[in-house]
Ligand binder design. Structure first.
Ligand SMILES: [Zn+2]
Length: 457
C-alpha cells in the first residue's frame, strides 16, 4: 500500500524573525548610536545564526509527519479502485446535520435507497461508531447516482475526515484522510501584575500553555503563594496549524521565568527513548522527586504543627499535615512516584489514600470526595498522576485536602522537608542537550529583543 508522503514543513516565521533581527542590527549599526562595535558583533552573531539555522533546521524542529491511519490504495486516477477520485472529487452535495438528526434520516433526504443503509452496516465497527456519532452543525458531503451512494465524507475533527466510497467492484470501502499538521513556533512574554492567569490572558497566552508552565516550574515555584507583582516570563512554544487555522497548542520548548528577583529557565528535552522532561540549561532536572503541592492553585488553611494537644488549655493541637483548601472535586495529584498502600475510609480522615515512595517515605491524602478511576491498592502511581478529588469526607468542616508526609513513620512538615532532585540529563546525551539548550535560549533572547524593538516604534 502506498503512503502519502508529507511535504517538508519549513518555518518561514523563523527566517522572517531572523531577517527582522538583521534589519534591527543593521539599523543600530548605521545610526551611529555609539555602540557600533557591539552592533557589529551582534551582526556577525546573527549572520552565524542564520547560516546555522538554514543548514540545521530539521534538527531544531523536526518536520511534522502527519499520521495517516489508512489511505486510498491508489490515489492515481488510472489505477484507482474507486468509482471516483475521493480527494479531488467535486460533485458533493453538502448536508448540514440538524439537532437530533441521524445519518439514516440524511440518507432519506439525499434520496438514497434503503439498501445503502444496509450496506453501511457492513462496514467495520469503528466506522459504524463514527457514522452513528454525527452531531448538529456537522456537514456530511454525499454524492449519489440513481439512489445509490457513490461517496460520503464526514469530518471527524479539524484534522481527520472519514471517506466512505464505492469501489469499482460495487462494494463500499472506507478510509480516514488526515490533513497535514504544521508546528509553528511562537514567542510570547508577559508581566504579572496580579495572577499568572490574568497576565496570560492580557498577553494572549492560552490557559493550556500556562498550565504547562505551572507544571514545568511546579517543584520550584509555588504558583499559589510565591507569585509577586512584576514577576515576568518569556516563552517559546509550538502551535499546531492546519493551513491557516490554529488547531491547538503544542509544547513549551523553552521558558524563562523571573520570580521574586530569581531567574528560572527550562528547556524541553526528549531523550532517545521518547521520554520528555524539562531541564535547566545546564542539564539539571527541574523536577524534584516530590512535587511541592498535591493540589494546583489551592490555598493553605492550616500548617504543620507538631505541638501536642494540651490537656488543660485545650488550645494547642498537633496538626500532622498541611490543609489545602480547594473546591470539591479539584484533582489531587501524587506528589511522587509510589505504590498505593492504603485506599479506603479511615476514621476522621474519611476517604484516604496512602502512597509508599521507598526509602521509608510515605504520603497521605485525606477527606477525598472520591478516588481516581482505575486505581487500586498495590498499584504503582506516577508523579503528578491524579489519585483522587478534594472533598470533605470524615471530620472536615469544608472541602479541603489534608496532606501528610511521613519518614520512617514520623510526621514531617511537607513544606520544609528537603527533598532530592530527579536525575539530570545522562552524560552521553549532554552534548546534544547543551546544543539544543543554547540554541533555544538564544532564540528566546532575540525574539524578546525583536518584540521590544517593535514596541519602541
Ligand atoms: Zn488537616
Amino acid at each position: 500500500m502506498k503512503r502519502i508522503l508529507p511535504k517538508h514543513t519549513d518555518h518561514p516565521d523563523i527566517s522572517q524573525s531572523l531577517i527582522l533581527a538583521l534589519k534591527l542590527q543593521y539599523a543600530l549599526y548605521f545610526q551611529g548610536t555609539g555602540r557600533e562595535f557591539i552592533g557589529l558583533l551582534f551582526l556577525i552573531l546573527m549572520g552565524f545564526l542564520i547560516v546555522y539555522k538554514f543548514f540545521n533546521q530539521p534538527t531544531f524542529i523536526p518536520a511534522v509527519l502527519p499520521e495517516i491511519t489508512s489511505s486510498p490504495d491508489e490515489a492515481t486516477e488510472q489505477e484507482s479502485p474507486y468509482i471516483i477520485n475521493p480527494l479531488s472529487h467535486t460533485g458533493w452535495q453538502p448536508y448540514l446535520v440538524a439537532t437530533g438528526e441521524t445519518l439514516s434520516q440524511i440518507f432519506q433526504k439525499a434520496g438514497l435507497s434503503s439498501e445503502t443503509w444496509q450496506e453501511m452496516r457492513q462496514l467495520d465497527q469503528q466506522t459504524q461508531r463514527y457514522i452513528s456519532q454525527i452531531s448538529p452543525g456537522q456537514i456530511i458531503n454525499i454524492d449519489s447516482k440513481n439512489g445509490q451512494l457513490i461517496a460520503l465524507t464526514q469530518s471527524l475533527d479539524p484534522i481527520r475526515t472519514l471517506y466512505i466510497i464505492r469501489k469499482q467492484d460495487g462494494t463500499l470501502s472506507n478510509f480516514i484522510h488526515e490533513k497535514e499538521v504544521e508546528k509553528r513556533m511562537t514567542f510570547n512574554s508577559a508581566n504579572i501584575e496580579d495572577s499568572l492567569f490574568l497576565a496570560g490572558k492580557r498577553a494572549n497566552i492560552d490557559d493550556g500553555i500556562l498550565k504547562q508552565l505551572a507544571d514545568i516550574f511546579g517543584c520550584i515555584i509555588d504558583f499559589a503563594h510565591d507569585i509577586q507583582p512584576n514577576d515576568h516570563f518569556k516563552v517559546l512554544y509550538e502551535e499546531h496549524f492546519v493551513g491557516d487555522q490554529k488547531i491547538n497548542n503544542g509544547n513549551i520548548l523553552a521558558i524563562e521565568f523571573h520570580n521574586n528577583g530569581k531567574m528560572h529557565q527550562a528547556i524541553r528535552y526528549e531523550d532517545p527513548d521518547g521520554k520528555v522532561g524539562y531541564y535547566a540549561p545546564n542539564g539539571m532536572s527541574l523536577k524534584r522527586a516530590f512535587l511541592r503541592t498535591p493540589v494546583n492553585f489551592s490555598r493553605i488553611s492550616s500548617y504543620f504543627n507538631s505541638q501536642r494537644h494540651h490537656p488543660i488549655l485545650h488550645t494547642l493541637r498537633a496538626h500532622n499535615g498541611v490543609d489545602y483548601v480547594a473546591p470539591r472535586g479539584t484533582p489531587v495529584k501524587a506528589v511522587a512516584e509510589g505504590t498505593i498502600s492504603y485506599q479506603g475510609r479511615k476514621g476522621g480522615y474519611g476517604k484516604t489514600l496512602i502512597l509508599e515512595h521507598g526509602h521509608k517515605r510515605s504520603t497521605l491524602y485525606a477527606h477525598l470526595s472520591g478516588f481516581a478511576k482505575n486505581i487500586r491498592p498495590g498499584q504503582k502511581i506516577g508523579q503528578g498522576q491524579i489519585i483522587g478529588y478534594v472533598g470533605s469526607t470524615g471530620l472536615a468542616t469544608g472541602a479541603h485536602l489534608h496532606f501528610e508526609f511521613r519518614v520512617d513513620g514520623q510526621h514531617r512538615n511537607p513544606l520544609t522537608i528537603s527533598l532530592p532532585h530527579s536525575d539530570p540529563i545522562p552524560m552521553p546525551q549532554r552534548p546534544l542537550f547543551l546544543a539544543q539548550a543554547s540554541e533555544l535560549m538564544g532564540l528566546l533572547e532575540y525574539h524578546e529583543k525583536i518584540m521590544m524593538a517593535s514596541n519602541e516604534h
